[in-house]
Design a protein around this ligand. Structure first.
Ligand SMILES: NC(=O)c1ccc[n+]([C@@H]2O[C@H](COP(=O)([O-])OP(=O)(O)OC[C@H]3O[C@@H](n4cnc5c(N)ncnc54)[C@H](O)[C@@H]3O)[C@@H](O)[C@H]2O)c1
Length: 397
């Protein structure tokens, strides 16, 4: 697929944690790197610009604090928008309007209103938009999707998924800091950071849309952190009723003790009329014992190879999007392929809908003395209509 393709001139907007932990490997150390030329970078933080710019030798005149200036000063084909969830829409819409293609990390945006605006702009400008939900390329998810579609297990009845990070992911007191900037776990939540992955994986596997959402959140560990306390949720249990009466619990959190044997402990059980499917089962086929402890590494997500290259579905998912941008620019995507890539499922509309409903459920929930918050049930279709009016019909025909 990669042979003979031209290089994509990429501008990177936002050079924070996700770039440091994942995307700089994609841009410079993966099988997809030869398709990518990072022409310019943009960040409102001088520190973030300096760290990435120096590490990857981006000329000083190609480092910007404002993306509109970058669009005007540098010839680009596409941008990677790696800003926080609530700040995806502005640069994405501006880039599409400027004739650029866009690759985004999940979730597409933190509100369905923003996702709808992004989708409408991509449709109108006919530019390519891809969202990196890396679990879509996880071999377990791909196999499950194919087996479910083939009817291997009968009718889906119920599912429960867990995704639990070690505390260091959310703890601003941990050294060295991982994803956590001082306000990370209070401005993000286990819902936006983790439930988004599992809700998307569920919908990729089953093709079902959400009907009702209710969340219960727990604020017991994070507020006790010191010296920086975090006003955020440790854990959120999101119950989603999907089309066809399928019940699904998605339990996500980031307060597992750092002694957990995986950075992310995850599992997914799907129960059908004629069978059952267990995904991940908490390990990924690689376990090591060293003087610092026992570690199960998710080598399928990212493997740091001996030659310095990085492989795994963490690279494949955004890498395929880069490949599709190039194909689209060359007119090589068929109408059917484009329709699939532009569908609201592919562009993450229903995933943001689940997350926004879960946040709305918590925001209107009742607070218990022990830090638990019991949310009320939110009607997904009604929330979408409140947010985008009659356009909601387009997503629930
Ligand atoms: N694929 C994954 O598993 C994964 C993992 C982590 C984060 N993410 C996603 O990646 C995105 C970024 O998360 P992060 O953890 O890197 O956040 P971060 O806060 O560490 O980095 C975001 C960067 O964007 C910059 N920024 C903010 N507004 C800007 C603007 N208008 N123009 C230019 N730069 C701007 C900030 O200064 C910061 O450096 C989020 O959407 C997050 O959900 C995905």
């Amino acid at each position: 697929m990669l042979d003979g393709m031209k290089t994509l001139k990429l501008g990177v907007i936002g050079t924070g944690s996700v770039v440091r932990e994942i995307y700089e490997h994609l841009y410079f150390r993966s099988a997809y790197s030869r398709l990518i030329s990072v022409e310019a970078i943009c960040d409102t933080s001088d520190d973030a610009l300096e760290a990435f710019g120096t590490a990857w030798r981006i000329p000083v005149e190609r480092r910007f604090r404002d993306y509109q200036t970058m669009f005007e000063a540098v010839e680009l084909d596409a941008v990677a928008v790696n800003t926080p969830d609530s700040l995806h829409a502005e640069p994405t819409v501006a880039a599409l309007e400027a004739g650029l293609d866009v690759v985004l990390p999940k979730p597409t945006a933190d509100t369905v209103r923003d996702v709808h605006r992004i989708i409408e702009t991509a449709d109108r400008t006919k530019r390519f938009l891809g969202v990196d939900f890396h679990k879509r390329e996880d071999p377990a998810v791909r196999a499950a999707r194919a087996r479910v579609a083939a009817g291997a297990f009968g009718t889906l009845q119920s599912a429960s998924l867990h995704m639990l990070d070690r505390l260091l992911v959310a703890d601003p007191n941990h050294t060295p800091r991982f994803f956590s900037s001082p306000d990370f776990a209070s401005t993000n939540s286990p819902v936006s950071f983790l439930t988004s992955h599992m809700a998307d994986a569920f919908m990729v596997i089953t093709g079902r849309r959400p009907v009702e959402v209710r969340a219960i959140g727990y604020r017991q560990k994070l507020p006790s952190l010191a010296p920086i306390a975090v006003e955020g949720y440790d854990l959120v249990d999101t119950s989603v009723l999907f089309e066809g009466g399928v019940s699904c619990h998605i339990v996500t959190g980031w307060a597992l003790p750092n002694t957990a044997d995986c950075l992310t402990v995850q599992s997914g059980r799907f129960i059908f009329s004629d069978g059952m499917l267990d995904l991940w089962d908490n390990h990924y086929g690689y376990r090591e014992i060293t003087a610092s402890g026992i570690e199960n590494r998710n080598v399928q997500f990212m493997t740091f190879e001996r030659d310095g290259m990085v492989t795994g579905y963490g690279m494949e998912c955004p890498g395929k999007i880069i490949g599709n941008i190039l194909k689209h620019r060359n007119g090589e995507l068929s109408a059917d392929e484009l329709a699939t890539l532009r569908s609201p499922f592919a562009l993450g509309l229903y995933t943001t809908l689940v997350c926004e409903c879960a946040h709305a459920s918590l925001a209107t929930g009742t607070h218990q003395e022990n830090g638990a918050v019991i949310g009320r049930t939110i009607d997904a279709r009604a929330l979408l209509s409140e947010q985008i009016g009659a356009a909601a019909d387009r997503y629930f025909t």
